[in-house]
Design a protein around this ligand. Sequence first.
Ligand SMILES: Cc1cc2nc3c(=O)[nH]c(=O)nc-3n(C[C@H](O)[C@H](O)[C@H](O)COP(=O)(O)OP(=O)(O)OC[C@H]3O[C@@H](n4cnc5c(N)ncnc54)[C@H](O)[C@@H]3O)c2cc1C
Length: 402
Amino acid sequence: MRNSQGGGLGNVSMPEWDVIVIGAGAAGLLCAIEAGKRGREVLLLEHSDTVGKKIKISGGGRCNFTNIYTNPDNFTSSNPHFCKSALARYTPADFVALVEKHGIAYHEKKLGQLFCYGSSQQIIDLLLRECMDARVEIRCGCRVLGVEKNDTFRIETNQGSIVSDSLVIASGGLSIAPLGATDFGYRIARQFGLQIEEPRPGLVPFTLTSQILKRWAKLAGVSVYALVGYDGQQFRENILITHRGLSGPGILQISSYWEPGASVSINLLPDEDMLELLMRNKSSDTELVNLLSRYLPRRFAQAWCDLYAASRPLKHYNGRELEEVARMLHNMQITPSGTEGFKKAEVTVGGVSTTELSSRTMEARRVPGLYFIGEVVDVTGQLGGYNFQWAWASAFAAGQFV
Ligand SMILES: Cc1cc2nc3c(=O)[nH]c(=O)nc-3n(C[C@H](O)[C@H](O)[C@H](O)COP(=O)(O)OP(=O)(O)OC[C@H]3O[C@@H](n4cnc5c(N)ncnc54)[C@H](O)[C@@H]3O)c2cc1C
């Protein structure tokens, strides 16, 4: 830390840093570490009382810190190519190496998702230890009141004024305000005239109309393996019917792509050819509900038949009716009334437009020295460790240049 002469305040001297990072979440911590390792003097500001609150609760307390199959296709953005460069330069193997360096035990739960065996606090401790080694100074409980740019950035905080050559915004998205989420990053982007892709909740449960909820009341609590689709995106994962609507990984995944008013398709038996199966049993005494119960939870099969196809022996259905049953099982169309919003969303879709940023450095093209990393940027990962991988990768990219 150097001392500078504060322009606006006459000759008052102000502490000056090479780099100030705002937001001590996944992205801010890693960026501070990388910049510190390069010998930069780094100050990391966090308005909450502790760092890494989302890391702490992530992955059910065990932090799904990356996904070994990370690929640009796992991300949504107005520019799907933007994430490629950063993801290629900091891979899941790079973060795994860090986890192993700190002796943290981990395992693959499913589909390439890596979790700590112990607690997600281990990841926070890892990052804090690396910050210490890289001589990063961290200040919690620090509220930023304003940012100005001349040759350098001048940041007014509740703990005084500070100056830096580079300013990194790592303040995350809007999901789950009690964990520290604010619109700070978007406000700074607007202040500097940068475009924002409208932020909206992602990885979020759907709500349903009271009419549908009433009809589905008996299904609440049932989970079914399904293929959920919308606008060319498809996910084979469980869906969960709740008292308020639909949740479960398959629904959370598709919610990041869904647009209000549209319907999503649900294939309840993606691994079966139901028409062929029903036709094969066309002359049997087996009741539809019993046949379906071989492939679906009985409670679900029963409720589904009550709602859509009053169960009777299969021999009592004609061909057209069986075709209709098969069609409804393979292509149920549901129109959500909305989502549970930022209160329940795991991520924010949208954010600082990638057209404003260099994909190599995350620096704003029109504002030299200003960087945006992590969830505040219009790059959103699917469920399964991809959002942390984007946080690490974008942070690493900026960390080499700030
Ligand atoms: C319940 C839940 C579980 C999740 N589980 C996983 C998972 O297992 N795997 C995965 O990949 N992703 C998971 N995610 C998503 C992941 O947590 C985020 O994508 C990731 O934390 C984004 O990192 P970030 O550093 O950009 O933002 P954040 O982690 O949100 O960090 C932003 C930081 O900035 C601070 N901040 C905000 N405004 C200001 C301000 N004005 N001044 C100073 N500081 C400020 C915040 O307090 C926060 O500490 C989960 C999210 C939630 C909500």
